[in-house]
Design a protein around this ligand. Structure first.
Ligand code: SF4
Ligand code: SF4
Length: 451
């Protein structure tokens, strides 16, 4: 192991730690470059790893002001969806009630680039889905490619009942594709995926698998996600056989949330068999697209040079160590942006006329220097959990976090994804270039154990 992320530096005072991380950043990257690692890889892995260390440190102390940046980004390339599944905000019933504040639309390139420049250098992964169909946005292939230039692990979830360019998907470098397909026949599938085209989804899968073979690239790893209901549970075996025939990598029989309020005829099938691996990933081939990205974006250099000590006085003054406070991990690990550049702390959709604030910030490409991860709503929410005082603002509504009853220790951008990231971009890359891995299991366990 080269990086020594041990308790010895985690015991430092916050200000000293930030200074130490800056020194460490330069020493470490110089050492790795001298050891023969590619300079882009070194800068990326150094910044992201030290950021995840800092994020863990600030989470454990329940800090309000974060010098750390989110580890995972969730972006909606499209707020729109052409399907109308019961229980979704795009369902007939919710469209009629008009109760959700979810304007349709597609993410603009300038907003996406602005957001990525600020957060992608530090993050490890980007999930391109929340409440819309990503492939409705024709810029989406470019978004994935851009995310890969920032060395992000990229994940997409799609109904795939949409026109796609299979080769472009493979060439984009997308790592993981979840396909929502809840049935093995068109009739069964359409009971839940209202407006979906079963044959088109199957054809799209077939085309992506063929494109992977043709191009000699093993990504994206394709996961068939089969939400289990009482009306489709008899088709699980048939779906698995079809998935094998199509060359899908895995199938996930997952129990959905109750959607009977959207359609009383749709009932959940309990205790499905879960995830099954069908075709193992070819690990050595996985990151082939990675090498096509010859340069890091300029924003990466800025972020690397800036390091961790900017606005040190602000971060130091506003933070009090509170190891014992119960807090929500979302407020530290992730950040969500919809197609209109609205920033949310987690993956709900805001309600219209709510008494609580759920939009935490707004990305505006015309403005620079805004710290969305320390917006007033973020600070007030972290402060609420940490039990501190001093950020009340009677002019504003309370944050939705103050009344939220959700599980706050289970996020979509969790530490398991850090483990996956470090595995791929360390072990896999080094298998290819024949170098020793940078992290050993102790280092990975340390970074991924936040409790
Ligand atoms: S495919 Fe997904 S986003 Fe579209 S309506 Fe169905 S659940 Fe909602
Ligand atoms: S407390 Fe609730 S609303 Fe706030 S970030 Fe956590 S899960 Fe989301």
């Amino acid at each position: 192991m080269v990086i020594d992320l041990s308790e010895s530096i985690s015991g430092l005072q916050f200000g000293d730690l930030l200074c130490k991380l800056n020194i460490y950043k330069n020493e470490l990257s110089s050492f790795l470059i001298e050891s023969g690692y590619h300079p882009h890889y070194v800068r990326a892995i150094t910044l992201k790893t030290l950021n995840s260390f800092l994020c863990r440190y600030q989470y454990q102390r329940r800090h309000t002001y974060l010098a750390a940046r989110p580890l995972g980004l969730i972006v909606d390339p499209s707020n729109s969806c052409h399907l109308k599944c019961p229980g979704c905000i795009h369902s007939e019933i919710l469209r009629k009630t008009d109760s959700v504040d979810w304007p349709s639309g597609l993410l603009d390139q300038t907003i996406f680039s602005h957001f990525m420049a600020e957060f992608a250098p530090y993050a490890m992964f980007c999930l391109f889905f929340n409440w819309g169909e990503p492939f409705l946005n024709k810029n989406f292939y470019r978004f994935i490619r851009q995310a890969k230039e920032y060395y992000l692990y990229t994940v997409v979830s799609s109904n795939l009942s949409v026109s796609i360019d299979a080769e472009e998907i493979v060439r984009s470098g997308l790592d993981y594709l979840t396909v929502s397909l809840d049935g093995a026949t068109a009739v069964t599938y359409q009971r839940y995926r209202r407006g979906g085209d079963f044959e088109l989804v199957v054809e799209n899968i077939r085309n992506i698998v063929a494109a992977k073979k043709r191009l000699g690239i093993s990504t994206p790893n394709i996961c068939w996600q089969f939400l289990t209901f009482q009306h489709n549970c008899r088709e699980m075996e048939k779906a698995e056989a079809l998935a094998c025939k199509l060359g899908v990598n895995e199938i996930n029989f997952a129990q959905p949330y109750d959607v009977s309020w959207g359609d009383p005829g749709i009932k959940v099938f309990q205790s499905p068999p879960g995830r099954k691996l069908l075709t193992p990933e070819n690990v050595k081939q996985r990151i082939v697209p990675f090498h096509e990205f010859e340069s890091l974006p300029l924003a990466f250099d800025d972020a690397f040079d800036k390091g961790f000590s900017h606005q040190l006085s602000l971060y130091k003054a506003g933070n009090i160590d509170r190891f014992d406070a119960s807090v929500c991990k979302w407020l530290y690990q992730g950040m969500i942006m919809d197609a209109h550049g609205r920033i949310f702390p987690c993956c709900y959709a805001p309600q219209k006329n709510s008494d609580y604030e759920y939009v935490f910030s707004q990305v505006d490409p015309q403005k620079t220097g805004e710290d969305h991860f320390n917006s007033e709503n973020y600070l007030r929410s972290r402060q609420f959990f940490a039990g501190g005082k001093g950020l009340e603002n009677s002019q504003r509504k309370e944050s939705y976090c103050t009344v939220c009853t959700d599980r706050k220790d289970a996020t979509n951008v969790d530490t398991e994804k850090i483990r996956r990231y470090l595995f791929y971009y360390d072990t896999c890359l080094n298998e290819q270039v024949g170098k020793e891995t940078i992290f050993d299991s102790d280092a990975i366990n340390y970074l991924t154990n936040w409790d």
